[in-house]
Design a protein around this ligand. Structure first.
Ligand code: PLP
Length: 400
């Protein structure tokens, strides 16, 4: 008898985690490796947030909580949505989970029946298609191109929607491209959704606070209030507050959906970590001052990386609006050969040769559904980024 489920055979392990693991193994073996694969800020969690967690431990907040969050955190989330997004929710419309990942997973598990489709713009965050598959649904990939700044056009969205579409999964600023939709660009998409009343919107606003220059973040239910009743607005503290290890994500939406997500969580992981929930209360209610100073650092790094990659032979790197990723194209390098004789047949071969021959770890574009590209995370020190980009420049120059 086959031990493993048929569902499991539909999905693959996370390629981004695979790259980080390989880079860590090479490092442990004494090799000089610079990892540009990580999807987390290199900053530490701010002290006021750590202090709130320590206080929670001293106060004995060590028991089970309500499965989808303590009232204080739900209240802080409602206040955040009101203050920052102009969205009114009550605590019964809020779900807290073990990271943004669990929130998205719960929502898909709670809603997808076999054959139901979820439209996912590519390049996409690696987990969306596999989560849809795990939940029994069918991912429908709508490919955006570098010419539109990796953003889906209204016509592309319209063409991807069928009578079986249950979700449109939206992510801005995006992992892996950093692309952010302006209010007008988002409005053009929500206009399409108004014409398809059976489609629900799952917006993943994880990188809301990581936005640079003039870019103004906005979220679908804010841009088109008529979508409020069929939108799940997802967010979390992982990226903006440098809290990836604390594992707190959250969402707000229609009560019926939130109750369904609670049912799944109550029968799987129960509540997210009690101490982390108290830390998240402080993250949302406490000072937000460090966001601006962190963003200055990220913007400086983004500008340096974009410049240095565009200076590399055969690489075209658009300047993104947010997150901490860039997603350069290597179309002009396909077919070339490295100094050690490896042929760059595709972006996976490029990333493999780059790691093996220069010690720079990046994630290949095929993992995100758009090739030939690679993703660089610039959430690492300026010195490491400079050295890595210099190695990439030399590597590209040496290709024949
Ligand atoms: N959504 C996007 C777009 C992400 O990039 C990530 C993490 O990489 C997540 C969700 C998951 O966040 P969390 O660490 O809170 O589970």
């Amino acid at each position: 008898m086959n031990l493993l489920s048929a569902t499991l055979s539909r999905v693959k392990p996370s390629p981004t985690i695979a790259v980080s693991t390989k880079a860590a193994e090479m490092k442990a073996a004494g090799q000089d490796v610079i990892g540009l694969g990580a999807g987390e800020p290199d900053f530490d969690t701010p002290d006021n947030i750590k202090a709130a967690a320590i206080q929670a431990i001293h106060d004995g907040k060590n028991k089970y909580t309500a499965p989808d969050g303590i009232p204080e955190l739900k209240q802080a989330i409602c206040a955040k949505f009101n203050r920052e997004n102009g969205l009114d929710y009550v605590p019964a419309q809020v779900s807290v989970g073990t990271g943004g990942k669990q929130i998205l997973y719960n929502a898909l598990m709670a809603t997808l029946n076999p054959g139901d489709e979820a439209v996912i713009p590519a390049p996409y965050w690696v987990s969306y298609p596999d989560m849809v598959l795990l939940a029994g649904g069918e991912p429908v990939i709508a490919e955006a191109s570098i010419e539109t700044g990796y953003k889906l056009t209204p016509d592309q969205l319209d063409a991807a929607i069928t009578p079986k579409t249950k979700w449109f999964i939206f992510n801005s600023p995006s992992n892996p491209t950093g692309a952010g939709y302006s209010r007008d660009e988002l409005k053009a998409l929500t206009d399409v959704l108004l014409r398809h009343p059976h489609v629900w919107v799952m917006t993943d606003d994880m990188y809301e606070h990581l936005a640079y220059g003039d870019f103004e973040f906005c979220t679908p239910a804010q841009v088109e209030p008529q979508l409020y009743d069929r939108t799940l607005t997802c967010n979390g503290v992982s990226k903006a507050y440098a809290m990836t290890g604390w594992r707190i994500g959250y969402a707000a939406g229609p009560e019926k959906l939130i109750a369904a997500m609670r049912k799944i969580q109550s029968q799987s992981t129960s509540n997210p970590c009690s101490v982390s929930q108290w830390a998240a209360v402080e993250a949302l209610n406490g000072t937000q001052d460090f966001l601006a100073s962190n963003n200055e650092v990220f913007k400086r790094r983004r500008d340096m990386v974009v410049q240095m990659l565009n200076d590399a032979r055969g690489i075209v790197c658009p300047t993104p609006d947010g997150a901490f990723y860039v997603y350069p194209s290597i179309a002009d390098l396909i077919g070339k050969t490295t100094a050690k004789g490896a042929v760059i047949e595709n972006d996976e071969a490029f990333a493999t040769a780059l790691l093996e021959e220069t010690g720079v770890a990046v994630v290949f574009g095929a993992a995100f559904g758009l090739s030939p590209n690679f993703r660089v995370s610039y959430a690492t020190s300026d010195e490491a980024l400079k050295e890595a980009c210099t190695r990439i420049q030399k590597f590209c120059a040496s290709l024949s």
